[in-house]
Ligand binder design. Structure first.
Ligand code: ADP
Ligand code: GN1
Ligand code: MG
Length: 378
């Protein structure tokens, strides 16, 4: 079962033809679309072949965002191959605990058809994704899953990874982009959002803190996921354990704090990231504690003191950065994130800024929680 938003649609022959390019045989019996992601377009295709049912994830790569599919897929295939070996060594099930990509007839792991770029990988059955935490144990499991993911990749040759999106979590650069978008005012929306711009700009000075710590040698570069939204983990239907980390497009060298902070941004919010009722937006300290418990249980021993001391700060920074990105896209005329209505990016930005405000208010408590858990694991 998959609880992510999924909707049955009519079978599209164009998509079935794409599947043929990847050597998929049999009769297509259903097609569904996942509506959660903001970037790629994701479909589930089910085929019947000689009495057997086979399920595939068919994904249209957003080439406006990922401009070099060759490098993108090289990263992903190399990392998943490496993970397969690690998982097999520890008696895990590589077919379920990492993604397996199909090769197309051109010998590559992506295929252009009618100017669209496609990839196909195994659908992991009896799993589900979540957009909202129903019980805190699940968020602890999420923390452990992302913590283990990072741990598994500790010795991965980082220099071989391509930077699929340059300066992805460089928050000062994200501020520069916001400033440029205000000047350009492409969609004519700048005048109406002065208060939102002021809120962001008031925090510009602290946006380079992690980069400064890196320059001082206090936090290291690691192989990181960089998009640790809760719905980028598949949970086992029976056990609710996190089984597989998905959405691997942004695996790049980064700071562990990016992964921690971004997970809190999404899963620690008391409501969804596009709730327009700002009274609903708050940081759940209970959920923060659960995630920190899971994450630190898997990674505490490997972290530097500066990393530990900035876990709570990273939640604020990643939320601020995401808010800035939504606001920038609103100013640009919604050219990056998929939106479902005209003000969607503005609603998302305001939601994120409210969460920043709440995290700032609770920063001391969040730091205390981190230290309490950290001391248990060292
Ligand atoms: P996006 O970049 O658009 O977020 P994702 O790779 O995260 O795309 O996929 C979108 C959704 O599709 C996920 O949140 C999840 O619900 C579902 N999904 C993706 N990969 C798999 C898989 N291998 N098995 C089962 N469901 C999957
Ligand atoms: C995008 O692809 P998806 O929906 O998992 C975005 C993330 C943002 C997130 C906000 C490549 O993630 O960086 O944090 O939306 N991915 C990319 O929800 O930009
Ligand atoms: Mg995703």
């Amino acid at each position: 079962m998959n609880q992510g938003n999924i909707m049955a649609v009519e079978i599209d022959n164009e998509i079935v033809n794409v599947c043929r390019r990847f050597g998929i045989k049999g009769e297509a019996v259903s097609q569904s679309v996942f509506t959660d992601g903001h970037i790629n377009s994701t479909l589930l295709l089910v085929f019947e072949e000689e009495g057997e049912t086979k399920k595939y994830l068919v994904q249209g790569i957003n080439t406006h965002v990922f401009k070099n599919p060759e490098e993108l897929m090289e990263n992903i295939v190399n990392v998943t191959t490496y993970l397969r070996n690690k998982i097999a060594e520890t008696d895990g099930d590589p077919d379920r605990e990492t993604l397996t990509f199909l090769k197309a007839e051109n010998g590559k792991y992506y295929y252009y058809e009618n100017d669209k770029c496609w990839r196909i990988y195994n659908f992991i059955d009896c799993s589900h994704t979540c957009n909202k935490i129903e019980n805190k144990k699940l968020f602890e499991n999420a923390g452990r899953t992302f913590g283990n993911f990072q741990r598994h990749l500790t010795d991965y040759p980082m220099h071989t990874l391509h930077e699929t999106i340059k300066d992805f979590h460089n928050t000062p650069k994200r501020f520069d982009n916001l400033e440029a978008a205000i000047k350009n005012n492409a969609a004519g929306r700048a005048d109406s959002i002065k208060a939102d711009i002021d809120f962001a700009m008031a925090r510009r000075a602290e946006s380079g803190k992690l980069l400064d710590l890196y320059k001082e040698g206090l936090i290291p570069l690691r192989v990181t996921h960089n998009d640790t939204k809760l719905n980028n983990i598949l949970f086992d239907d029976e056990t609710n354990e996190g089984i597989c980390v998905i959405d691997l497009d942004t695996i790049m060298p980064g700071f562990s704090l990016y992964d921690f902070g971004d997970a809190i941004r999404f899963g620690g919010n008391t409501t969804r990231e596009d709730d327009d009722n700002l009274d609903n937006v708050n940081i759940s300290l209970e959920l923060f504690e659960s995630y920190a418990e899971g994450f630190l249980s898997a990674s505490a021993k490997a972290l530097t003191m500066a990393e530990v001391e900035n876990l709570a700060f990273s939640a604020m920074l990643m939320t601020l950065e995401c808010g800035i990105r939504f606001l920038t896209d609103y100013l640009d005329g919604d050219v990056y994130f998929r939106t479902h209505y005209a003000e969607h990016n503005l609603v998302r930005a305001r939601n994120q800024f409210k969460l920043v405000y709440e995290i700032e208010k609770h920063m001391d408590e969040m730091n205390d929680i981190v230290m309490k858990i950290y001391n248990k694991y060292i």
